[in-house]
Design a protein around this ligand. Sequence first.
Ligand SMILES: NC(=O)c1ccc[n+]([C@@H]2O[C@H](COP(=O)([O-])OP(=O)(O)OC[C@H]3O[C@@H](n4cnc5c(N)ncnc54)[C@H](OP(=O)(O)O)[C@@H]3O)[C@@H](O)[C@H]2O)c1
Ligand SMILES: [Zn+2]
Ligand SMILES: [Zn+2]
Length: 346
Amino acid sequence: MRTTVGWRADGAGATLRRAPLERRDLRPDDIAVRVDYCGVCHTDLHAVRGHSGEDGMLVPGHEFTGVVTDVGPDVTRFHVGDPVAVGNIVDSCGACAMCRAGQENFCHEFPTLTYGGTDRHDGSTTSGGYSREYVVRDRFAYLLPDGLDPAAAAPLLCAGVTVWEPLHGLGVGPGTRVAVAGLGGLGHLAVKLAVALGARTSVISRSADKAADARRLGADDLIVSADPEQMADARDRFDVVIDTISAPHDLGPYLRLVAMDGTLTQVGHLGPVTVETLDLLVGRKKLSSAGSGGRPATAALLDFCAEHGVTADIELLPSARVNEALDRVARNDVRYRFVLDMSDLA
Ligand SMILES: NC(=O)c1ccc[n+]([C@@H]2O[C@H](COP(=O)([O-])OP(=O)(O)OC[C@H]3O[C@@H](n4cnc5c(N)ncnc54)[C@H](OP(=O)(O)O)[C@@H]3O)[C@@H](O)[C@H]2O)c1
Ligand SMILES: [Zn+2]
Ligand SMILES: [Zn+2]
């Protein structure tokens, strides 16, 4: 075993504490990564706040960048010193139809999650990127393209690819009318990516507070979801609505903004939803979801972002301020992603 250090929660609602952490010795197709920057995803907050503590510990973090420090004997794609990125999937069966199609995120045996997952070889529970070192199968690390700032690129690996796959899958391009509901970590990257793809893009937010930001990110306008008149004006306006809202909510008002034969994609708060069938029937509307990304889509996203200069708007904090970051995510006090600088764990 290798020993590193990370930020760990030990039970429901616990604050994270600095603690030593074990990483496995490298398997033949593993690489070791020095984690430099790790994004703070709302999912980390859901995980920490909902954590039962039964298995003792939780180390969150599933969008990070860093540098390769060691490679297993079978690794050919990476060398020590390479800048790399890792997202929220670190393994999959490799044999099912989804894996063969490059959609490892939908692996029939369920992909191994970067934290809170079960390692396919030794059955251990995975610990995430809020740490100084991560050991990962080389297939699930990505070379970070030149020109992408490693801190601002870290959120591309969860927030970015989670909105990239549906944008791509729904054929968003020049002329598509896209709305993004919830301007947070996922939402602001959805806006940047939709705009870079050539779509006419709007933001749906609870208030007008983020209107100037929405325009700076490239959106045409911001619709205030709390204003029934603005919502009525936007009826049937969008081919694609990407819903990144982190709290349970009624999908009806958002479905009514979808144009005929258009799609509402629910990528934010997951869990049971109630849908009034008439909201789908009138206009033959579609409801879909997506999450994370397969290996080809993740690599394509990184290339696209390097080409178009897309990274997250971040607030960089020393990792020792992780609890403050989580509290502020809970209060929606972030524009638009916290990234932890792990160098204070050196
Ligand atoms: N499908 C996946 O694989 C996947 C991947 C990553 C994250 N997620 C989930 O996606 C959600 C968003 O994550 P994130 O990191 O982008 O979160 P975030 O940065 O906290 O942003 C969430 C946004 O949702 C809106 N919002 C928050 N509370 C709301 C409420 N009560 N009613 C209406 N709107 C509300 C806010 O936008 P406004 O201020 O503009 O209204 C906020 O900025 C989380 O639930 C996360 O767990 C899913
Ligand atoms: Zn995430
Ligand atoms: Zn599989």
